[in-house]
Write a protein that binds this ligand. Sequence first.
Ligand code: SF4
Length: 138
Amino acid sequence: MKIAVSACLLGENCKYNGGNNYSEKVMKFVEGHEVIPICPEVLGGLSTPREPAEIVDGDVKNKDGTSVDKQFRRGAELALDMIIKNCAELVILQSRSPSCGVNTIYDGSFTGKIIPGQGVFAELLKDNNIEVMDVANL
Ligand code: SF4
């Protein structure tokens, strides 16, 4: 099976702070499958490290209030294209991210509060009937 995975879960240093979310659990799960690493924020042209962003009233914004919505949504579209072209059957995504969050995201106050919701990439994948899985549910 072809499985696309949030690149940070595979150890790529593409997180906003320049780090990653390497997950041994993910590595074990994808063993024997073809893996497609994907980071929609990097694909959208954002640099690493970058300002932390959250979804504020439907608009993705940096902590200083600058909108990065265009870059996030463009990156999500490009990542969706990659997934379709590669015929990935499942996408495993990092929790809480304004791009990759499947079930929960930060509430837009930059205070660490988590609410039910989804990131722009996860939402786009679901809208296109692509199966997504929150890494927290692995
Ligand atoms: S956009 Fe997704 S893949 Fe990229 S760093 Fe954030 S959680 Fe990881």
